[in-house]
Design a protein around this ligand. Structure first.
Ligand code: AMP
Length: 316
């Protein structure tokens, strides 16, 4: 079952308090495709400029990543420069150069249009709307966004939210969009817009899954001793979630079971944690399904607790 993704491909320059990387492969679609292609075929739609290094394309050719929807335009590839704070959960964007993204319009090749899973990775919401116009009712549509679009393209973002099944947002983004201090209240507001699910990403603390049907699930994170670079953790999270879902069958009603969605969120946390272990997509280059299975078991072991407990009345 293939997964369609539309998003950014970038050359990132990243500085942490401990190290840095210059013009390395980045962008939401790059992280997503690399993570999700560990599970299944990814149909990628994005744009690169004439300066984009061939080695990155060669890498995706070595994985089940379909590049038929990748536009190669004259001009510069998108560039992004950021600096992380000491806690590595927060960062400042120092520069964004849209380059070829300034004139980009996604074109979904005919062979991609029936992909059952769609991930609208981080790009301008109006481009995400253009994608929704071109696809044939995917089984599950998942949306990601960022503070920039909440602040500068709110009406368009609202339109996209109303048309997808699942929204991924960080805690901070839920507060910014809903203007609610309480995450639970903010999520209820989002669900009232017609979403079936909202996943709240909590950085190094894991993720929460909320369903319009009342589902609530808290997925623990893997405790990483050293975070080298958290860039792309959200996109790799989405890659793990949709990658896992692409390997299971939905029920006769076409919906995924809540157990599968919970497993998917755990896969998201796992891929998000691996990507932080190195700069760019580098840790994902050598990652295997066995590595993922090992971390899955570790997360189950560290979060399982005995459900048997009864209050005992203390008599005096
Ligand atoms: P994350 O750490 O999951 O938020 O994703 C970071 C990635 O998003 C980086 O690799 C950036 O290249 C990419 N990115 C940053 N700003 C934008 C933007 N305005 N539009 C699309 N992608 C962006």
């Amino acid at each position: 079952m293939s997964i369609l993704v539309v998003g950014s491909i970038a050359l990132d320059t990243v500085e942490t308090p401990f190290a840095g990387a210059d013009e390395v492969l980045g962008g939401a679609a790059s992280y997503f495709s690399t993570a999700a292609s560990l599970y299944n075929q990814v149909n990628l739609v994005a744009v690169i400029g004439s300066d984009f290094p061939q080695e990155h394309l060669d890498f995706w050719h070595s994985r089940p990543v379909n590049l038929a929807g990748l536009q190669n335009q004259d001009g510069k590839t998108f560039r992004w420069v950021a600096r992380y704070h000491m806690d590595m959960n927060s960062r400042d964007t120092l520069d964004t150069q849209l380059g070829v993204y300034a004139g980009f319009h996604p074109v979904i090749p005919a062979e991609y249009r029936r992909s059952p899973l769609l991930f609208l990775a981080n790009i301008q919401p109006e481009l995400q709307l253009e994608v929704l116009e071109q696809v044939d009712k995917p089984r599950l549509t998942v949306l990601d966004t960022m503070e920039l679009w909440i602040m500068t393209a709110r009406p368009q973002l609202t339109e996209v939210i109303k048309r997808v099944d699942m929204l991924l947002m960080s805690e901070e983004e839920v507060r910014q969009y809903t203007n609610q201090a309480s995450i639970v209240r903010g999520v209820r507001q989002l669900l009232n817009m017609g979403l079936k699910f909202v996943v709240v990403k909590q950085g190094s603390y894991g993720a929460l899954l909320f369903g319009a049907d009342g589902t609530y699930f808290s997925a623990p994170s893997h405790p990483l001793e050293e975070v080298v670079d958290p860039t792309g953790a959200g996109d790799a999270f989405a890659g793990g979630l949709l990658g896992y879902l692409s390997t299971v069958d939905p029920g006769p009603d076409g919906c995924y079971s809540i157990d599968d969605l919970k497993r998917g969120v755990v896969h998201g946390n796992i891929l998000g944690s691996f990507v932080c272990e190195d700069f760019s997509i580098d840790r994902l280059r050598t990652l295997t399904l066995d590595d993922i299975a090992e971390r899955y078991r570790a997360i189950v072991a560290c979060s399982h607790f005995d459900p048997n407990w009864w209050p005992i009345k203390v008599s005096n």
